[in-house]
Design a protein around this ligand. Structure first.
Ligand code: ADP
Ligand code: MG
Length: 255
């Protein structure tokens, strides 16, 4: 591990009954790197992201973020498994944006964004509101702070979800098909926000089927199948000139 390593995943195993979804998967992500994760439906992309932030407990393997092992803490030379509040605090370092936005429908946009920092980070109302306004401005929604989620378009709601994740001041961001539930004309505004984040130096892992975004923004593309990373490299290499037969077959289907 180098000083530049933000995330390290080692020998991650996850099975559901007889089905081994992640079969000893290894990869690293550097500080500020944008990694796009590609793979056929059912290949375990969502499972992997959930294992990285411990929404799902891997059966084996270790994930560390910025040198901290996720799900554990060191004390007296031993590892102790984190639970409840401690785990929530650690997990707050890893922002996650899902296909579905999951905003609280009966709270305003502003209230949605300050919830995590207030509850998990114990920020004052004043500080969390100031930060939320700044973030909502950044995602182009300054005018919507007092609106309710169902008065916003899908693209706007997803931008709120990104602001909500950023409000926790995460060290890295995971995106699980963030534009898959959107009407095509709304995809661009969400990708624009993500691109801006990437430019600003955020470390990001993005599951997407949008090859245009991967080509444009990713520093590295990983193709996963059969529980492993099958192939990885620059977008030009992996998308433009895939070596593995499985990568080629996948790209022929999505392009
Ligand atoms: P992807 O995101 O690449 O489409 P997933 O990670 O969602 O793939 O799923 C990988 C495989 O694991 C699929 O076969 C899926 O049915 C299975 N799976 C995912 N979550 C569960 C679960 N909670 N229980 C049982 N099987 C699951
Ligand atoms: Mg998925």
């Amino acid at each position: 591990m180098t000083a530049r390593t933000m995330l390290q995943a080692r020998k991650i195993v996850k099975s559901y009954g007889e089905l081994t979804v992640l079969d000893g998967l290894d990869f690293d992500v550097e500080h500020g790197e944008v990694v796009c994760l590609l793979g056929p439906s059912g290949s375990g992309k969502s499972t992997l992201l959930r294992c990285l932030n411990r929404l799902e407990k891997p059966d084996a393997g270790v994930v560390s973020v910025d040198g901290e092992i996720i799900g554990y803490r060191h004390a007296e030379g031993r590892l102790h498994e984190l639970q409840g509040r401690e785990l929530a605090r650690q997990r707050a370092d890893i922002g996650m944006v899902f296909q579905r936005f999951n905003l609280f429908p009966h709270r305003t946009i502003l209230e949605n964004v300050i919830e995590g920092p207030r509850v998990v980070r114990k920020e004052s109302r004043e500080a969390s509101v100031a930060h939320a306004r700044e973030l909502l401005d950044r995602v182009g929604l300054a005018a919507k702070v007092d609106a309710y989620p169902n008065h916003l378009s899908g693209g706007q709601q997803q931008r709120v979800a990104i602001a909500r994740a950023l409000a926790m001041r995460p060290k890295l961001m995971l995106f699980d098909e963030p534009t898959s539930a959107l009407d095509p004309e709304l995809v661009g505004e969400v990708f624009a926000v993500m691109k801006d984040l990437a430019r600003d130096g955020m470390t990001m892992i993005v599951v997407t089927h949008e090859m245009g975004f991967a080509r444009d923004v990713a520093d590295r593309v990983l193709f996963m199948d059969g529980g492993h990373i099958v192939e990885q490299g620059t977008p030009e290499d992996v998308i433009g000139n895939p070596r593995a037969e499985r990568t080629r077959a996948f790209l022929a289907r999505v392009n």
